[in-house]
Design a protein around this ligand. Sequence first.
Ligand code: CMP
Length: 147
Amino acid sequence: MQRTFLMVKPDGVKRGLIGEIMKRFEQKGFTLLNAELMTVDRAKAENHYFEHQDKPFFGELVNFITSGPVFAMVWEGENIIEVSRTMIGKTSPLEALPGTIRGDFACTKEENVIHGSDSLLSAEREIANFFDLLSIRSRDEDYPYDE
Ligand code: CMP
């Protein structure tokens, strides 16, 4: 079982897309482990985007993600990292297919509604950047009465 970090970006929150996005992952059969509406400070944003720190758009990325509340989430499921990336769709609006979140809701690559971790390593790093790790427990551990 894998877990991943998904985040509705400030444009998605402002446009009222949190419910629509959560619905898609719930309907797919994934399990929500934690979620929080939060503002991201610059240190957390720079940490999150450190792989892009040498790119010319790094400053804009940090400005954008700190510009308003985001909805940060941790989800769990079989192959969720790859499957959620498919559900999210490509970064470029020219390549994001209809039926994907970006294909249905995003028109630009800068304001593209949602972030999803691209590997196991990034998922663990990103979850730790946004959440207290002790607050993230598998639902099976938290709700043993389901058995
Ligand atoms: P995401 O995949 O969440 O994380 C990296 C982000 O960089 C990506 O979403 C885009 O929003 C953003 N991005 C990628 N390419 C560009 C670009 N050329 N100009 C501005 N932002 C970009």
